[in-house]
Design a protein around this ligand. Structure first.
Ligand SMILES: O=C[C@H](O)COP(=O)(O)O
Length: 228
């Protein structure tokens, strides 16, 4: 199971939808080929099939509902996400929170479908609660820093360190990513030095005038770190 070290969430930004979503995804694919850093993209659901059929890097939905296919208007069944070509999904992002029992049900359904679950959590204690559900990875993100340009890895390193401690105490095999405000290669480096497996980013890439250059900048410290 390959968890991306750099996961780019396109959210619902105009700048990363439609043709621009394809362009950014292809840039991420280029950097993956060039540097060997596994990069994933998480386009808006409206672009999921388009992006999955455009690139070879792993594509993630931003959310799924714990339901089968059927009469569920407006819901996102994991089986249809798989059918659209995605490798997995984010769950419980701060901007799309769901109850713990839905997280548990979704993880189980995704596991049965061989889909990767990356569950977001806002705090170390919620990271621990989520770890007990055995997702494939956890991404800790203090909501107040999301989209702020103030990187969690420098402004709140204790959130990463305490999450790592609590997740590892439950299952040392679950990789922990961190996100919120990560904007530069140096922010990524700081996250890796704290023990993060990787980073979850959005605005630094989606709002960049040159997304490919920004992706390369964010991937560089990962390439050096994983080579060392
Ligand atoms: O999913 C991504 C995170 O919410 C981080 O967003 P940001 O990089 O814009 O702070």
């Amino acid at each position: 199971m390959h968890i991306p070290r750099l996961l780019i969430n396109f959210k619902a930004y105009m700048e990363s939808s439609g043709d621009r979503a394809v362009e950014i995804s292809k840039s991420a694919e280029r950097i993956w080929r060039e540097m060997g850093v596994l990069i994933g993209v998480s386009p808006n659901i409206v672009d999921l099939r388009l992006i999955s059929s455009s690139v070879e890097i792993p594509v993630f939905a931003q959310h799924v509902d714990p339901i089968p296919a059927g009469a569920y208007t407006g819901h996102v069944p994991p089986i249809l996400v798989k059918e659209a070509g995605a490798r997995g999904s984010l769950l419980n992002h701060s901007e799309k929170q769901i109850p713990l029992r839905h997280i548990a049900e979704s993880i189980n359904m995704m596991r049965d479908l061989n889909l990767i679950s990356i569950v977001c959590s806002p705090t170390p204690s919620e990271s621990a609660a989520v770890a007990a559900l055995l997702p494939d990875a956890i991404a800790v993100e203090p909501p107040e820093l999301i989209g702020s340009g103030i990187p969690v890895s420098k402004a709140k390193p204790e959130v990463i360190l305490n999450s790592l401690r609590s997740v590892k105490a439950i299952n040392s095999a679950i990789p922990l990513l961190c996100g919120a405000g990560i904007s530069s290669g140096d922010d990524v480096k700081a996250a890796l030095e704290l023990g993060s497996y990787g980073v979850l980013v959005a605005s630094a890439v989606t709002k960049s005038p040159d997304p490919q250059r920004k992706i390369r900048e964010l991937a560089e410290p990962i390439a050096s770190f994983t080579r060392a």
